[in-house]
Write a protein that binds this ligand. Structure first.
Ligand SMILES: CC(C)(COP(=O)(O)OP(=O)(O)OC[C@H]1O[C@@H](n2cnc3c(N)ncnc32)[C@H](O)[C@@H]1OP(=O)(O)O)[C@@H](O)C(=O)NCCC(=O)NCCS
Length: 315
Protein backbone atom coordinates (compact mmCIF):
# COMPACT_ATOMS: atom_id res chain seq x y z
CA UNK A 1 0.00 0.00 0.00
CA UNK A 2 1.21 3.55 -0.72
CA UNK A 3 -0.37 6.80 -1.75
CA UNK A 4 -0.92 10.50 -1.14
CA UNK A 5 -3.01 12.56 1.25
CA UNK A 6 -3.90 16.24 1.18
CA UNK A 7 -1.81 18.32 3.58
CA UNK A 8 -2.82 21.86 2.61
CA UNK A 9 -5.05 23.70 0.18
CA UNK A 10 -5.20 27.22 -1.21
CA UNK A 11 -6.98 29.27 -3.82
CA UNK A 12 -6.83 32.64 -5.53
CA UNK A 13 -9.16 34.53 -7.86
CA UNK A 14 -8.80 37.82 -9.72
CA UNK A 15 -10.30 40.92 -8.11
CA UNK A 16 -12.69 41.89 -10.87
CA UNK A 17 -16.15 40.38 -10.47
CA UNK A 18 -18.38 40.12 -13.54
CA UNK A 19 -22.05 39.90 -12.63
CA UNK A 20 -24.85 38.54 -14.79
CA UNK A 21 -25.95 42.15 -15.25
CA UNK A 22 -22.48 42.91 -16.66
CA UNK A 23 -23.04 40.04 -19.13
CA UNK A 24 -26.27 41.58 -20.37
CA UNK A 25 -24.24 44.61 -21.48
CA UNK A 26 -22.00 42.40 -23.65
CA UNK A 27 -24.37 39.82 -25.20
CA UNK A 28 -28.09 39.34 -25.71
CA UNK A 29 -28.92 37.55 -22.45
CA UNK A 30 -30.66 38.12 -19.14
CA UNK A 31 -29.93 37.43 -15.47
CA UNK A 32 -32.79 34.99 -15.04
CA UNK A 33 -31.73 32.79 -17.99
CA UNK A 34 -28.13 32.52 -16.78
CA UNK A 35 -29.06 31.76 -13.18
CA UNK A 36 -31.78 29.23 -13.95
CA UNK A 37 -29.82 27.35 -16.67
CA UNK A 38 -26.41 27.35 -14.99
CA UNK A 39 -26.60 28.45 -11.32
CA UNK A 40 -24.04 31.19 -12.04
CA UNK A 41 -24.44 34.70 -10.58
CA UNK A 42 -20.90 36.07 -10.84
CA UNK A 43 -17.47 35.07 -12.11
CA UNK A 44 -13.98 36.54 -11.62
CA UNK A 45 -12.08 37.78 -14.67
CA UNK A 46 -8.48 39.00 -14.78
CA UNK A 47 -7.66 42.58 -15.51
CA UNK A 48 -3.94 42.99 -14.86
CA UNK A 49 -3.31 39.68 -13.14
CA UNK A 50 -1.22 37.04 -14.85
CA UNK A 51 -1.92 33.30 -14.74
CA UNK A 52 1.31 33.12 -12.72
CA UNK A 53 0.00 35.60 -10.11
CA UNK A 54 -3.02 33.36 -9.48
CA UNK A 55 -0.77 30.28 -9.23
CA UNK A 56 1.55 32.01 -6.76
CA UNK A 57 -1.38 33.18 -4.60
CA UNK A 58 -2.93 29.71 -4.40
CA UNK A 59 0.38 27.88 -3.93
CA UNK A 60 1.58 30.14 -1.11
CA UNK A 61 -1.70 29.65 0.73
CA UNK A 62 -1.48 25.86 0.34
CA UNK A 63 2.16 25.76 1.52
CA UNK A 64 1.38 27.92 4.55
CA UNK A 65 -1.66 25.89 5.41
CA UNK A 66 0.38 22.64 5.13
CA UNK A 67 3.26 24.08 7.15
CA UNK A 68 5.66 22.99 4.40
CA UNK A 69 8.53 25.07 3.03
CA UNK A 70 9.29 25.27 -0.72
CA UNK A 71 12.55 23.31 -0.32
CA UNK A 72 10.57 20.25 0.87
CA UNK A 73 8.65 19.99 -2.41
CA UNK A 74 9.58 17.00 -4.61
CA UNK A 75 7.53 17.82 -7.74
CA UNK A 76 5.21 20.52 -9.07
CA UNK A 77 2.47 19.89 -11.62
CA UNK A 78 0.16 22.63 -12.92
CA UNK A 79 -3.02 21.54 -14.68
CA UNK A 80 -3.93 24.25 -17.17
CA UNK A 81 -4.91 25.01 -20.74
CA UNK A 82 -4.31 28.76 -20.50
CA UNK A 83 -0.75 29.37 -19.20
CA UNK A 84 0.86 32.78 -19.72
CA UNK A 85 3.43 31.16 -21.99
CA UNK A 86 3.91 27.75 -23.56
CA UNK A 87 7.59 27.97 -22.60
CA UNK A 88 8.49 28.35 -19.82
CA UNK A 89 5.61 26.30 -18.47
CA UNK A 90 3.49 27.69 -15.64
CA UNK A 91 5.11 25.12 -13.34
CA UNK A 92 8.64 26.26 -14.27
CA UNK A 93 7.64 29.90 -13.71
CA UNK A 94 6.21 28.89 -10.34
CA UNK A 95 9.41 27.02 -9.46
CA UNK A 96 11.31 30.30 -9.98
CA UNK A 97 8.81 32.48 -8.11
CA UNK A 98 8.50 30.19 -5.06
CA UNK A 99 12.13 29.05 -4.95
CA UNK A 100 11.24 25.38 -5.33
CA UNK A 101 14.26 23.04 -5.52
CA UNK A 102 16.08 22.99 -8.86
CA UNK A 103 16.40 19.20 -9.01
CA UNK A 104 12.69 18.30 -9.17
CA UNK A 105 10.26 17.84 -12.09
CA UNK A 106 8.01 20.86 -12.70
CA UNK A 107 5.68 20.75 -15.68
CA UNK A 108 2.21 21.60 -16.98
CA UNK A 109 -0.46 19.10 -17.91
CA UNK A 110 -3.58 19.71 -19.99
CA UNK A 111 -6.67 17.60 -19.40
CA UNK A 112 -9.01 20.64 -19.58
CA UNK A 113 -11.46 20.77 -16.66
CA UNK A 114 -10.38 17.31 -15.42
CA UNK A 115 -6.75 18.43 -15.25
CA UNK A 116 -6.44 18.65 -11.47
CA UNK A 117 -7.38 14.98 -11.06
CA UNK A 118 -4.94 13.93 -13.80
CA UNK A 119 -2.29 16.00 -12.00
CA UNK A 120 -3.01 14.38 -8.63
CA UNK A 121 -2.60 10.91 -10.10
CA UNK A 122 0.61 11.99 -11.83
CA UNK A 123 1.89 13.42 -8.55
CA UNK A 124 1.19 10.17 -6.72
CA UNK A 125 3.43 8.37 -9.24
CA UNK A 126 6.15 11.07 -9.15
CA UNK A 127 6.42 11.16 -5.36
CA UNK A 128 6.70 7.37 -5.14
CA UNK A 129 10.03 7.76 -6.95
CA UNK A 130 11.20 10.96 -5.22
CA UNK A 131 13.36 11.35 -2.11
CA UNK A 132 11.17 14.34 -1.16
CA UNK A 133 7.70 13.29 -0.08
CA UNK A 134 5.66 16.46 -0.58
CA UNK A 135 4.23 17.60 -3.90
CA UNK A 136 2.57 20.78 -5.16
CA UNK A 137 -0.44 20.28 -7.46
CA UNK A 138 -2.30 23.18 -9.03
CA UNK A 139 -5.25 23.76 -11.28
CA UNK A 140 -5.25 27.24 -12.78
CA UNK A 141 -7.10 28.67 -15.75
CA UNK A 142 -7.73 32.09 -17.21
CA UNK A 143 -10.55 31.17 -19.53
CA UNK A 144 -11.58 34.81 -19.98
CA UNK A 145 -8.63 34.95 -22.43
CA UNK A 146 -10.22 32.44 -24.80
CA UNK A 147 -13.90 33.26 -24.47
CA UNK A 148 -15.81 33.81 -27.70
CA UNK A 149 -17.68 36.99 -26.75
CA UNK A 150 -20.05 36.64 -29.68
CA UNK A 151 -21.40 33.27 -28.44
CA UNK A 152 -23.92 33.98 -25.69
CA UNK A 153 -24.34 30.32 -24.73
CA UNK A 154 -20.67 29.89 -23.75
CA UNK A 155 -19.33 33.34 -22.79
CA UNK A 156 -21.50 33.53 -19.67
CA UNK A 157 -20.13 30.28 -18.22
CA UNK A 158 -16.46 30.78 -17.49
CA UNK A 159 -14.38 32.43 -14.79
CA UNK A 160 -10.70 32.67 -13.88
CA UNK A 161 -8.98 31.26 -10.81
CA UNK A 162 -6.40 28.98 -9.26
CA UNK A 163 -6.54 26.22 -6.67
CA UNK A 164 -3.59 24.42 -5.12
CA UNK A 165 -2.91 21.42 -2.92
CA UNK A 166 0.17 20.28 -1.06
CA UNK A 167 0.10 16.51 -0.92
CA UNK A 168 2.17 14.07 1.10
CA UNK A 169 3.24 10.62 -0.09
CA UNK A 170 3.69 7.78 2.39
CA UNK A 171 4.08 4.01 2.14
CA UNK A 172 1.29 3.58 4.67
CA UNK A 173 -1.23 5.83 2.89
CA UNK A 174 -3.91 4.39 0.65
CA UNK A 175 -3.78 5.24 -3.06
CA UNK A 176 -6.29 7.84 -4.28
CA UNK A 177 -7.85 5.19 -6.57
CA UNK A 178 -7.77 7.61 -9.51
CA UNK A 179 -10.06 6.51 -12.32
CA UNK A 180 -9.30 8.57 -15.41
CA UNK A 181 -10.42 8.41 -19.01
CA UNK A 182 -10.37 10.17 -22.39
CA UNK A 183 -12.19 10.06 -25.69
CA UNK A 184 -10.64 12.22 -28.39
CA UNK A 185 -13.28 14.57 -29.82
CA UNK A 186 -12.68 18.00 -31.36
CA UNK A 187 -16.33 18.76 -32.18
CA UNK A 188 -18.02 18.89 -28.78
CA UNK A 189 -15.48 21.18 -27.07
CA UNK A 190 -12.57 22.78 -28.87
CA UNK A 191 -9.92 25.43 -28.23
CA UNK A 192 -7.52 26.04 -31.11
CA UNK A 193 -3.85 26.51 -30.38
CA UNK A 194 -0.54 26.83 -32.17
CA UNK A 195 -1.59 24.13 -34.64
CA UNK A 196 -3.39 24.49 -37.91
CA UNK A 197 -5.99 27.16 -37.13
CA UNK A 198 -4.09 29.24 -34.53
CA UNK A 199 -7.26 30.60 -32.98
CA UNK A 200 -7.38 30.15 -29.24
CA UNK A 201 -11.11 30.59 -28.91
CA UNK A 202 -13.39 28.23 -27.05
CA UNK A 203 -16.27 26.62 -28.91
CA UNK A 204 -18.63 24.13 -27.33
CA UNK A 205 -21.81 22.23 -28.03
CA UNK A 206 -23.38 22.80 -24.61
CA UNK A 207 -26.13 20.23 -24.92
CA UNK A 208 -23.71 17.47 -25.95
CA UNK A 209 -21.37 18.34 -23.07
CA UNK A 210 -24.33 18.30 -20.71
CA UNK A 211 -25.38 14.81 -21.86
CA UNK A 212 -21.80 13.55 -21.63
CA UNK A 213 -21.39 14.98 -18.11
CA UNK A 214 -24.64 13.56 -16.78
CA UNK A 215 -23.45 10.10 -17.83
CA UNK A 216 -19.75 10.54 -16.89
CA UNK A 217 -20.23 11.82 -13.32
CA UNK A 218 -22.08 8.77 -11.92
CA UNK A 219 -19.82 6.44 -13.92
CA UNK A 220 -16.76 8.01 -12.25
CA UNK A 221 -18.34 7.80 -8.79
CA UNK A 222 -19.19 4.12 -9.30
CA UNK A 223 -15.70 3.33 -10.62
CA UNK A 224 -13.95 4.99 -7.67
CA UNK A 225 -16.22 3.28 -5.14
CA UNK A 226 -15.64 -0.10 -6.80
CA UNK A 227 -11.87 0.40 -7.03
CA UNK A 228 -11.64 1.47 -3.38
CA UNK A 229 -14.17 -1.12 -2.17
CA UNK A 230 -16.18 1.63 -0.49
CA UNK A 231 -19.81 2.69 -0.47
CA UNK A 232 -21.46 6.10 -0.75
CA UNK A 233 -21.78 6.20 3.04
CA UNK A 234 -18.01 5.85 3.46
CA UNK A 235 -17.51 9.22 1.73
CA UNK A 236 -17.49 12.30 4.00
CA UNK A 237 -17.76 14.84 1.20
CA UNK A 238 -18.38 14.91 -2.55
CA UNK A 239 -16.49 17.50 -4.61
CA UNK A 240 -17.90 18.00 -8.09
CA UNK A 241 -16.41 19.97 -10.97
CA UNK A 242 -18.44 23.20 -11.00
CA UNK A 243 -19.63 23.44 -14.61
CA UNK A 244 -23.37 23.69 -14.21
CA UNK A 245 -25.43 23.52 -10.99
CA UNK A 246 -27.97 21.29 -12.76
CA UNK A 247 -25.31 18.62 -13.48
CA UNK A 248 -24.38 18.57 -9.77
CA UNK A 249 -28.04 18.46 -8.72
CA UNK A 250 -28.70 15.43 -10.94
CA UNK A 251 -25.78 13.50 -9.40
CA UNK A 252 -26.80 14.47 -5.87
CA UNK A 253 -30.34 13.28 -6.49
CA UNK A 254 -29.20 10.00 -8.05
CA UNK A 255 -27.10 9.07 -5.01
CA UNK A 256 -29.32 10.73 -2.36
CA UNK A 257 -26.36 12.79 -1.16
CA UNK A 258 -27.47 15.02 1.74
CA UNK A 259 -26.81 18.80 1.56
CA UNK A 260 -24.13 18.65 4.27
CA UNK A 261 -22.03 16.31 2.08
CA UNK A 262 -21.60 18.42 -1.06
CA UNK A 263 -20.92 22.01 -1.98
CA UNK A 264 -21.55 24.40 -4.84
CA UNK A 265 -19.60 27.61 -5.39
CA UNK A 266 -20.46 27.91 -9.08
CA UNK A 267 -22.75 30.86 -8.26
CA UNK A 268 -19.68 32.93 -7.35
CA UNK A 269 -16.97 31.53 -9.67
CA UNK A 270 -18.69 30.10 -12.75
CA UNK A 271 -16.72 27.32 -14.42
CA UNK A 272 -13.01 27.83 -13.65
CA UNK A 273 -11.90 24.70 -15.55
CA UNK A 274 -8.87 23.00 -13.93
CA UNK A 275 -9.15 25.30 -10.90
CA UNK A 276 -12.70 24.33 -10.06
CA UNK A 277 -12.07 21.23 -7.90
CA UNK A 278 -9.08 22.60 -5.91
CA UNK A 279 -10.91 25.89 -5.25
CA UNK A 280 -13.79 23.89 -3.78
CA UNK A 281 -11.37 21.84 -1.66
CA UNK A 282 -9.73 25.00 -0.34
CA UNK A 283 -13.01 26.73 0.48
CA UNK A 284 -14.34 23.61 2.22
CA UNK A 285 -11.23 23.47 4.36
CA UNK A 286 -11.53 27.15 5.24
CA UNK A 287 -15.17 26.66 6.18
CA UNK A 288 -14.25 23.73 8.44
CA UNK A 289 -16.46 21.35 6.44
CA UNK A 290 -13.52 19.03 5.75
CA UNK A 291 -10.28 18.58 7.68
CA UNK A 292 -7.84 16.01 9.00
CA UNK A 293 -9.26 12.51 8.49
CA UNK A 294 -11.95 13.58 5.99
CA UNK A 295 -12.45 11.29 3.00
CA UNK A 296 -13.43 13.24 -0.12
CA UNK A 297 -14.57 11.87 -3.47
CA UNK A 298 -13.70 14.29 -6.32
CA UNK A 299 -15.30 14.01 -9.77
CA UNK A 300 -14.43 15.97 -12.89
CA UNK A 301 -15.12 16.06 -16.63
CA UNK A 302 -14.20 18.32 -19.48
CA UNK A 303 -12.85 18.92 -22.95
CA UNK A 304 -10.79 16.25 -24.61
CA UNK A 305 -13.15 14.70 -23.77
CA UNK A 306 -11.72 13.78 -20.37
CA UNK A 307 -13.20 12.54 -17.11
CA UNK A 308 -12.04 11.25 -13.78
CA UNK A 309 -12.63 10.55 -10.13
CA UNK A 310 -10.38 10.15 -7.10
CA UNK A 311 -10.76 9.44 -3.41
CA UNK A 312 -8.69 11.83 -1.30
CA UNK A 313 -8.02 11.84 2.41
CA UNK A 314 -6.78 14.77 4.47
CA UNK A 315 -3.69 13.96 6.51
C1 LIG B 1 -24.47 25.83 -22.14
C2 LIG B 1 -25.76 25.52 -21.42
C3 LIG B 1 -25.88 26.36 -20.16
C4 LIG B 1 -26.91 25.88 -22.34
O1 LIG B 1 -28.13 25.56 -21.68
P1 LIG B 1 -29.28 24.78 -22.47
O2 LIG B 1 -30.38 24.61 -21.52
O3 LIG B 1 -28.65 23.52 -23.05
O4 LIG B 1 -29.65 25.80 -23.56
P2 LIG B 1 -29.72 25.60 -25.15
O5 LIG B 1 -28.34 25.63 -25.72
O6 LIG B 1 -30.59 24.41 -25.44
O7 LIG B 1 -30.50 26.89 -25.58
C5 LIG B 1 -31.86 27.10 -25.20
C6 LIG B 1 -32.28 28.45 -25.65
O8 LIG B 1 -31.61 29.45 -24.89
C7 LIG B 1 -30.96 30.36 -25.75
N1 LIG B 1 -29.74 30.85 -25.11
C8 LIG B 1 -28.50 30.33 -25.17
N2 LIG B 1 -27.67 31.07 -24.43
C9 LIG B 1 -28.41 32.07 -23.89
C10 LIG B 1 -28.11 33.13 -23.03
N3 LIG B 1 -26.86 33.34 -22.55
N4 LIG B 1 -29.10 33.97 -22.67
C11 LIG B 1 -30.36 33.79 -23.12
N5 LIG B 1 -30.69 32.78 -23.96
C12 LIG B 1 -29.73 31.93 -24.31
C13 LIG B 1 -30.68 29.57 -27.00
O9 LIG B 1 -30.53 30.44 -28.12
C14 LIG B 1 -31.94 28.74 -27.11
O10 LIG B 1 -32.97 29.51 -27.65
P3 LIG B 1 -34.07 28.89 -28.66
O11 LIG B 1 -34.78 27.84 -27.85
O12 LIG B 1 -34.91 30.06 -29.01
O13 LIG B 1 -33.28 28.31 -29.78
C15 LIG B 1 -25.86 24.02 -21.04
O14 LIG B 1 -26.01 23.26 -22.21
C16 LIG B 1 -24.66 23.52 -20.31
O15 LIG B 1 -24.34 23.97 -19.23
N6 LIG B 1 -23.96 22.53 -20.87
C17 LIG B 1 -22.79 21.96 -20.23
C18 LIG B 1 -21.63 22.86 -20.47
C19 LIG B 1 -20.44 22.50 -19.67
O16 LIG B 1 -20.54 21.86 -18.65
N7 LIG B 1 -19.29 22.90 -20.17
C20 LIG B 1 -18.04 22.77 -19.49
C21 LIG B 1 -17.41 21.49 -19.72
S1 LIG B 1 -16.15 21.31 -18.56
Amino acid sequence: MSGIKLRGTGHCAPERIMTNTDMTKIVDTNEEWILSRTGIETRHHVTGERHLDLCVGAAKMALEHAGISPDQIGACVVATLTPDDLVPSAACALQRELGLPGDIPCFDLNAACTGFLFALHTMECLLAASPRKFGLVLGCDVLSRIINWSDRSTCILFGDGAGAAVVEWNESFETIHAQLGCQGDDQILHVGGVGHDRTSVLSMDGQKVFKFAVEAVPRCIDQVLTASDRSIDDVDFFVFHQANARIIDLAVRKYHIPPEKYYKNISEYGNTSAASIPIVLSELYQLGKIGPGSRVLCVGFGGGLTWGGALMEFA
